[in-house]
Design a binder for this molecule. Structure first.
Ligand code: CAO
Length: 542
């Protein structure tokens, strides 16, 4: 019997890693190669196996410790059988040590040569999608740094740089479908001669089980997950699996952060392409949990997973990025904002007569004026006279931010999804200018040519379904704005005027507002102001 200290092995280039699991206890009898601890860098997790069988006498690390190569993990009482094997093992270890000494005393200048970085074995997956290119041409990378992030249906993995060097060219772009052996990049490798020879020798020494490179582990992890996907041929199995954190789409860094924060990734709304969870999604989720805990309760029950294919044929289509963002925004607003919706009707008979009188001029100017331009002017006018609607609640929920400008967003229905371009300074613009901007921005939205700045800075939103139909709906506030006006299709209704029923053009309106920022009285006054303005255009300077 002898006592042996088991040390943290070569970490494949990682400086320090975190102990995320201790897999054995003092007194445990363990086998050779049995996992003793699991460590994790920001790019990969690794099982550290025991190089010997034996009994654990003491453990020197705790979960959460940052460890580096050479740190003591535990002390093992090894059996005599193992001691017999020791000499050959010792020889191998000495070889490795020698290599390290060689490398450390090396003084030859760095030499360069070019290596081609290829997509590795994908563990059976035919193709994986390139989700993110993590480096640029000309950028220096260290061995182990991620070059690209790839993702299959359920697993994501970074392709680490095999060497320290400079990226000479990138042969791939985001969205590419990659197969094993595809060329990813040319890498100008920066190495010293001795490092190279040391490397090849230590590759031989890698038969010693204590050395496990992150690359291998990452591949293994990916292979395991890919196998799982392939095994999950039955739909009901697949749906259950989607509820597990490891089956959601997220990179290693996000996963690590989620574990640190104790967040179940399967509960997060993803905004990345193909449903990938971005770091910001995680922050938003945590923020919502913290700030919303007093108002919406601590937990929102999950919608149960259903295998719809048991009822008939189905087609599963990934949400577009835009759809995903919209869904996240709607969900965020729905959960955070106590909504109230108020309804009213505006008699726009006179407005429509006036609009008809502009028909000739519309043709001449080649600008169509729809009821929306008038509604926008009426809203701008009412925002000025009812400033509680031109506000936002500060992030900490303790202040009201009053805006001295009047920018109005309009919801545009596009083939790709909902977009909300913003028209600036509506209060200062005339009907023609406004109508032209409505047409231009709606066209740009439909052609997906809007710049980010054209969708920012809104104070209030109008969602007009007037050209489509419906008698009324309850729009969701476009946070951090505090109000949104829904416009439905005008109908001709009999209205009692001066002792008789007369046909009038009636426009249904619905106003949703954030009841934290606006009280019912203010909302009533705001809506009345919009209705009155539409009914009496002289209130506006058009
Ligand atoms: N009642 C009756 N007719 C109306 C109307 C109303 N409230 N509003 C517009 N119309 C008429 C227009 O006058 C036009 O008639 P003509 O073709 O005879 O001239 C027709 O309906 C089509 O108008 P439009 O939709 O092209 O123009 P708009 O200025 O009313 O709206 C826009 C522009 C971009 C807001 C609109 O095209 C759109 O995308 N609406 C959908 C918004 C949406 O999706 N909201 C939901 C968001 S929440 O999911």
């Amino acid at each position: 019997m002898a006592n042996e200290k088991i040390l943290i092995p070569d970490l494949g280039g990682a400086d320090g890693v975190e102990v995320i699991e201790i897999s054995v206890s003092v007194g445990d009898k363990i086998d050779k190669d049995q996992t003793i601890i699991v460590v994790e860098s920001d790019k990969a997790s690794m099982d550290i196996p025991s190089p010997e069988p034996g009994e654990v006498i003491s453990i020197s690390v705790n979960e959460g410790d940052e460890v580096k190569e050479g740190d003591i993990i535990l002390e093992l009482s090894t059996s005599s059988e193992v001691e017999e094997l020791s000499p050959s093992k010792q020889t191998q270890t000495e070889e490795v040590k020698e290599d390290i000494i060689d490398y450390e005393t090396a003084s030859s200048p760095p030499k360069t040569n070019t290596e081609i970085v290829l997509v590795p074995d994908l563990g059976g997956a035919d193709k994986v999608e390139l989700i993110e290119v993590l480096v640029g041409v000309g950028e220096r990378v260290n061995e182990g740094d991620g070059i690209i992030l790839m993702e299959s249906d359920k697993a994501s993995m970074e392709l680490p740089s095999p060497f320290t060097g400079v990226i000479l060219s990138l042969e791939v772009k985001e969205g590419d479908l990659l197969a094993e052996g595809d060329k990813v990049a040319d890498l100008e490798v920066l190495v010293s001669q001795n490092e190279k020879s040391s490397k090849s020798k230590s590759d031989e020494a890698e038969q010693v089980p204590v050395i496990t490179s992150p690359e291998t582990l990452k591949d293994n992890e990916f292979i395991e997950q890919t196998k799982e996907i392939q095994e999950e041929t039955k739909p009901e199995k697949k749906i259950v699996a989607q509820q597990n954190s490891k089956d959601v789409h997220a990179g290693p860094a996000v996963r690590k952060l989620a574990r640190e924060l104790g967040v179940d990734l399967s509960k997060i709304n993803a905004s990345g392409s193909r449903g990938r969870i971005a770091k910001q999604d995680l922050y938003d989720y945590v923020k919502n949990q913290v700030s919303g805990s007093s108002s919406v309760g601590n937990a929102i029950p999950n919608v149960p997973a259903i295998d719809f294919s048991q009822f008939g044929d189905i087609l599963v289509e990934p949400m577009s990025k835009l759809h995903n963002i919209t869904a996240t925004n709607m969900h965020r607003s729905w959960l955070n904002v106590p909504h109230v919706t108020q309804f009213d009707e505006a008699d726009i008979t006179d407005l429509e007569i006036f609009r008809s009188s502009l028909k000739e001029e519309m043709k001449k100017r080649e600008i169509k004026i729809t009821p929306l331009a008038f509604i926008m002017k009426a809203v701008a006018h009412s925002l000025l006279s009812n400033p509680s609607f031109n506000t936002s609640i500060s992030e900490d929920g303790k202040s009201i931010i009053h805006k001295k400008y009047v920018n109005i967003g309009m919801a545009v229905d596009t083939p790709a999804g909902l977009m909300v371009p913003v028209i600036r300074d509506v209060d200062r613009k005339g009907l023609w200018e406004l109508s032209k901007e409505i047409i231009d921005l709606a066209t740009k939205a439909k052609e997906r040519k809007l710049k980010p700045i054209e969708m920012q800075g809104g104070c209030f939103t109008i969602s007009s379904l007037g050209g489509i139909g419906g008698t009324g709906f309850t729009p969701i506030v476009n946070t951090p704005e505090v109000g949104i006006l829904g416009v439905s299709k005008l109908t001709i209704k009999p209205v009692f005027v001066d002792g008789e029923f007369v046909p009038r053009k009636i426009l249904p309106l619905s106003l949703s507002y954030d009841h934290r920022a606006v009280n019912g009285g203010d909302a009533g006054r705001f809506m009345t102001s919009i209705v009155d303005t539409l009914q009496e255009l002289k209130r506006l300077s058009l």
